[in-house]
Design a binder for this molecule. Structure first.
Ligand SMILES: [Zn+2]
Length: 299
């Protein structure tokens, strides 16, 4: 029996009751299979949810593809056939913001430059998308970031639809899917349609700001690192504190510190070169005072 995925139709559901179908060892822990679950298992670039089942901490949540079940790996044992699950709300909300933001940003690169996203990874600190190009300039990244933030501010509805295979050809999906049977499609109103099994927000405004933090090249691909929502707010606070500290140290307004540090660095390099020249001159001077004859100092 497959596990019913409650998060498919209600990603805001954080508590649920379920029946235990199976319990089996996973490493040195116990993995519990339920008839229904609100916990998202690691898949499609999105990490698993955490939380508790009957107040016992969930340490991992795994998709068992051959059986279509979700295995809940618990820190300890639970008793009884009926359980109550609680999803960690902060982690769920964070993943919804990052993953929905990824749909918006990926489509921005398609609309502006026709670059499809090859892969996506949601990390603990930042998320990445890989694009099939040698490089992405800061200017191009900024254009995509601006379009993505406009879609967020327009607060567009995000709907979940189920399409039959014969409907897929005309569905206008951003990327073809290899999924069989009915396909779950995430539809951002008049903007993007993607086959996806993850957890997403219901309105784009809930994603919050989207910020590209880094661009790097890797094996004929460009990797764009980004953060969304509360992560951007935390980042802005930390970056502001760092700027304030630099600003006080070098007595320059925070937003002018980059050019001020550049000037200081150039001066530092010139001073170092001058010091090296002076040391060299000093050595020459000392050598002239104490001439060496046959490898022995004459003085
Ligand atoms: Zn998704």
């Amino acid at each position: 029996m497959k596990t019913e995925r409650l998060y498919y139709n209600d990603p805001y559901l954080l508590e649920f009751d379920a029946n235990v179908l199976d319990a089996k060892p996973v490493g040195d822990r116990i993995g519990v299979v339920l008839d229904r679950t609100a916990f998202y298992p690691t898949s499609g670039g999105q990490p698993n949810d955490l939380g508790t089942i009957n107040d016992v901490a969930l340490v991992d949540c795994i998709e068992d593809e051959p059986t279509g079940t979700v295995v809940h790996v618990l820190q300890g044992r639970i008793s009884g056939d009926r359980v109550h699950g609680r999803v960690d709300p902060a982690r769920r909300n964070d993943h919804m913001q990052q993953h929905s933001g990824q749909h918006v940003l990926s489509q921005a690169f398609v609309e502006l430059f026709n670059w499809p996203t090859i892969s996506f990874h949601l990390g603990v600190v930042a998320c990445t998308i890989d694009l099939p190009v040698d490089s992405v300039s800061r200017e191009q990244a900024t254009k995509a970031e601006d379009l993505a933030n406009r879609i967020v501010q327009e607060n567009r509805p995000v709907a979940v639809r189920y399409l039959a295979q014969e409907q897929l050809a005309d569905a206008g999906l951003r990327k073809p899917t290899e999924r069989t049977g009915d396909v779950r499609v995430i539809d951002i109103s008049a903007y993007d349609r993607s086959a996806c099994g993850g957890t997403h927000v219901r309105m784009t405004g809930e994603i919050g700001p989207i910020l590209i933090t880094r661009i790097e090249r890797s094996k004929k691909q460009a990797r764009v690192e980004f953060i969304c929502g509360n992560r951007v707010v935390r980042y802005a606070k930390e970056a502001n504190r760092a700027l304030e500290a630099i600003s006080q140290t070098i007595s320059s307004p925070p937003l002018e510190t980059a050019s001020a540090v550049r000037t200081l660095w150039d001066e530092h390099q010139q001073m170092r070169k001058r010091l090296e020249d002076l040391e060299s001159e000093l050595l020459d001077h000392e050598a002239a005072q104490f001439p060496v004859k046959d490898g022995i100092a004459a003085a």
